[in-house]
Design a protein around this ligand. Structure first.
Ligand SMILES: *Cc1c(COP(=O)(O)O)cnc(C)c1O
Length: 397
């Protein structure tokens, strides 16, 4: 064992939080201004403007001052009233989990649940909406991270919008790593954050809110106010001329500012392309090595996380422990229903670089072989390199 548990690992390839970009770390070291200093109020407005630009929103997004679980719970608490009929779409642990929050605020919960290696079929959503005209809110997780699978939210969003229902989207681990924006899927509340594909630490929620969602929340007497769960309290906080309901996370805003600059300066399309290429190289390597991905098909596999199915007769935890102890590489486990069944390799922000697919394949294959598997690690690396080099060919010729 070369790398001891209590020393820092060499490479962290998790499905979030991820190691922040070095520039973001420097941003976190900026002065912690007093929140009512005019310089901070102007800075805050500018960070909201950059978030708006990155999220391609026509109105101001809201920043909430806790990691995105705060935003998801706040969305349920603020938008869902006891009279609403909620259709929750569950293709994984996060999608399923949102249903439990929804149930807290309305007893009327319908659900479409599919096996956790599959995606939601829009035709099933269309059929459900037709059979239940009383549905007023639909909730969906875009990238159900514990499964590494993607739901077709733009198609689902068009159906929900035609029905007239509100749409709540969890895009925490997809936004910034692939083409997804609140208005592309007609979301009324779209929750994301800096700690996955934007490569900043956990601590904030970025939320897109449609005008009609603002109206519904403000008309809801049970929507949290004077509370950490409040969204409505923060409606005007973006403005340098308006007070904050309570102290915002100043240092986290410093980090987010840099993360957004990096994203916007590199260019969204270029950022998405390196996420997609890293995942594609990873999947090619996984298959060539003799392993399989967890997702039922490649076309629903996430570009920001690859979940690799654990072969029969091997302990998943032991795989991660061996990868860390032998090579200093950290992966994520599954969660809840997927725990023990798969290992997750994140391609998020700074780790969405194709060479990390090669490192991940080496550490994963090496770890499994140390536990008695007979994987062709070299073939996996060759296959990953072939994918990467095919792409490079386009640039050099
Ligand atoms: C990461 C993540 C969240 C936020 O939860 P954490 O507590 O940061 O794990 C919410 N939804 C999804 C889909 C996520 O991947």
């Amino acid at each position: 064992m070369r790398y001891f548990e209590h020393a820092e690992p060499v490479i962290t390839l998790t499905a979030g939080p991820v190691n922040a970009y070095p520039d973001v770390l420097r941003g976190l070291g900026r002065t912690v201004l007093y929140d009512y200093d005019p310089a901070f109020q102007l800075f805050y407005e500018r960070v909201v403007d950059k978030s708006q630009k990155a999220m391609r929103l026509s109105n101001k997004p809201v920043i909430l001052h806790g990691e995105p679980v705060l935003g998801l719970e706040a969305a349920a608490a603020s938008l869902i009233t006891p009279g609403d009929v909620v259709l929750n779409l569950a293709s994984g642990v996060y999608g399923k989990g949102f249903g439990y929050w929804a149930k807290r605020y309305s007893p009327h919960l319908l659900e479409i649940e599919v096996p956790y290696n599959e995606a939601i079929d829009p035709q099933a959503v269309a059929a459900m909406l037709k059979a239940h005209p009383e549905i007023t809110i639909v909730s969906v997780c875009h990238h159900d991270t514990p499964s590494g699978t993607i739901n077709p939210i733009d198609v689902i969003g068009a159906l929900v919008s035609a029905h007239g229902a509100y749409l709540i989207v969890d895009a925490v681990s997809s936004f910034g790593g692939m083409k997804t924006h609140p208005e592309d899927c007609k979301a009324d509340i779209y929750v994301t954050g800096p700690n996955k594909c934007l490569g900043a630490p956990p601590g904030l929620t970025m939320m897109g809110v449609s005008e009609r969602a603002w109206a519904k929340m403000k008309a809801n007497p049970l929507a949290p106010r004077a509370s950490m769960l409040s969204i409505v309290d923060w409606e005007h906080a973006w403005s340098k001329d308006k007070p904050f309901p309570f102290t915002p996370s100043v240092a986290e805003m410093n980090g987010l500012d840099v993360a957004l600059d990096l994203y916007l300066n590199e260019g969204a399309e270029a950022v998405w392309a390196r996420h997609a290429l890293t995942a594609k190289a990873m999947r090619a390597g996984v298959a060539a090595m003799g392993l399989s991905i967890w997702a039922a098909s490649d076309n629903i596999a996430s570009p920001t996380t690859t979940a690799v199915r654990t072969p029969e007769g091997i302990d998943e935890k032991a795989v991660r422990q061996a990868a860390r102890a032998r090579y200093g590489v950290v992966f994520s486990s599954g969660r809840a229903e997927t725990l023990g069944k798969l290992t997750r390799i994140g391609h998020m922000g700074p780790t969405a670089q194709p060479i990390y697919a090669v490192a991940a394949l080496t550490a994963l294959g090496g770890a499994m072989n140390s536990l008695g598997q007979k994987l062709a690690v070299g073939k996996g690396i060759d296959a990953a390199l072939a994918v990467i080099d095919a792409e490079n060919h386009q640039f050099t010729n």
